[in-house]
Design a protein around this ligand. Sequence first.
Ligand code: ADP
Ligand code: ZN
Length: 750
Amino acid sequence: MVTVEIILPLAIADTYTYSVPDAMACPEAGMRVLVPLGKKTITGLVYRLNPENSAATVNSSYKIRDIIEVLDSSPIVLPSQLELWRWIAEYYLCTLGEVMTAALPARLLDNDYTARTEVYISLHPRFRDVEELQGVFNSLRRAPKQKKLLEYYLELSDAFAGPPHPIEQRILVEHSGESTAVLRTLIEKQILVASHEVVSRIPSYDSAIEPAHPLMPQQLRAVGEIEAAFANQKVCLLHGVTSSGKTEVYIHLIEQMLSEGKQVLYLVPEIALTTQLTDRLKKVFGNRLGVYHSRFSDMERVEIYKDLLSTGAAKVILSARSGVFLPFSRLGLVIVDEEHDGSYKQQDPAPRYHARSVALMIAKSAQAHVLLGTATPSIETYYNAQTGKYSLVEMSERYAGLQLPRISIIDLQRQYHRREMYEHFADPLVDKIREQLSAGKQIIIFQNRRGYTPYISCRKCGYVPKCCNCDVSLTYHKHTRSLVCHYCGYTIAAPNDCPNCHGAWRDNGIGTEKIEDEVQRLFPEARIARMDLDTTRNKNSHQRIINAFAQHEVDILIGTQMVTKGLHFSEVSLVAVLNADSMMQSPDFRSYEQSYQLLEQVAGRAGRSGSQGEVVVQTFHPDHALFGYLQNHDYAGLYREQLRERKMFRFPPFYRLIVITLKHRDNVRLDNAARELHGLLNTAFGTRCSAVIVPPISRVQNMYIKTIRLRIEANASFAQAKRIVMQSIRYVQTLANCKGTIIQPDVDPM
Ligand code: ADP
Ligand code: ZN
């Protein structure tokens, strides 16, 4: 009996054994198959064939069931991809099925992809003969409409230059001005023939291709250094200040790769936020650019996937993190732009992978190079560059000699004390905004909370409306007059007053909606737009806001971190950060680093052409060391300080972390599981294991949450540590008093 190991999209086991019926040709690894599972039929993927009469088959006490059908005639997943899946499953402690679910476009896996077809019209082959064709024209003397349509077809299809080619029916009818009825008659007479042709959903780029910009001296030097670095080392960090022209450096390197027939993967944190970049790349690379979207069209994803698989063409693929799963066969370079960005890490569900780490893996196995680019490297990456694991190339000047923005810090405590505030705007900030408005400049105001106010409370009894599913207060949204849970989406109409005592509400803290109100009152003449999750839910809304701002139909743009990422507006002279404190005070060990990255990136939107831009940061803690680094654009200083702290408090890059999250609807069972697991891990790992932690938000969507954190020395065996973790988790899951506890390990958490 021939048996095969099948990956199923489940989180239970890695593979499942099925047998190949005698009459069936044996499938290859990487092909999809239909298999029975319980009473259902499910699509799986062949992982490998077992040697005939292998031990696995003979010893199995289960009844091995037959494959129902093989769905592919050739593999849709390459051996190199399967190897990568195996690595991810082992490294990030999940099953192959979970990796497969993340790796393949859903419609490819479900096999419910349908090709798009259009009706094409062509000339019946009989009439390729000129005399026959002349005969047809004679016969149509009394049917001028049919004659005209036929002439039109021949003209459009270049019939006089060679054999006529098929024309899309829609285009033929539109251009000729004749009706489909006339066309139908010609088809009935068998003069023209209609056929269904498969067409691509990937929008084709038909405008003129522009050459890349000639590089400036700093960029030329960087390209030279990167190429030299790649001769010795596979990975290079390009540390270039905001607006130093990194994109053009990438473009130059990509051109080089494509001309050598290689493929390039260009990773960006979030594809929806990169319309400006997409437009730029399209102009240079035309149809050699593929954009792998995750958000809107799974059908298009399938087509990009299939295209790479079948042609192996030299292309550059622009993608968010899931691009690492594409079937590259000739990968030459992976660019990880904004490598510090947290959205490269998938949080939920498993696999909880970091696309930067996976990119390093795929490049390694393809012998390709990796370029990590950013103005604000992650501490880990910079450490690797400092210790010689990666090469380092710097660009410290802005493009065309522009200066980095000037950064002013405003002391909110002093401002409130002196009553020199208008609502949440310090007077000096108001003056600066007014100045820039009257100079015809644009302004960006950054606030990291959406909604109107993060929470409301009763002025009399202090009551705070909370989510019924989560342990968080509800955010007030004024536009919809509702209270919304930002964790689970639970929404209720906002009550007029306190349901307990009818006291009036007090607002606590500010969100983007409230800023919008205040800006409207302060600058009634200004045109204002807001960009946050609430205003960008529709497919094109994000693009519309960016376009309006780029065309200066908007003077002031208010937004959450969406406004920090990669946007280039030439008229922005002032960027304001209304309150820098909330992000800096988060207890996470990365909050300091991330605050710096965010502030430097927001600041990077200012003064991108013409005169020097300005950034105003409001804070209650103006003496915080972070602002000193920010004002001097002193990344190296921040890095040295952070590295000291990371060492002292045992964090990456000196230690590797695994955070284990336990969840249960029943708090008692959760307690049992946390205690049992902690007991095992504490015995094995000693002081490397934390106590059981109750997180600040200890219940989400009716699940109670507890966590345990492990720190493993960077030079210790991580693999062995993970084996112990998995054994311990599996053991706890067998205990009756812990039944139903969800236990999720997160390796290298962000
Ligand atoms: P970064 O990615 O480093 O923040 P960009 O690549 O966005 O910087 O470049 C900043 C601006 O300078 C962009 O508008 C870009 O078009 C322009 N620019 C950069 N390099 C060149 C060049 N060699 N020629 C013309 N324009 C350039
Ligand atoms: Zn909730």
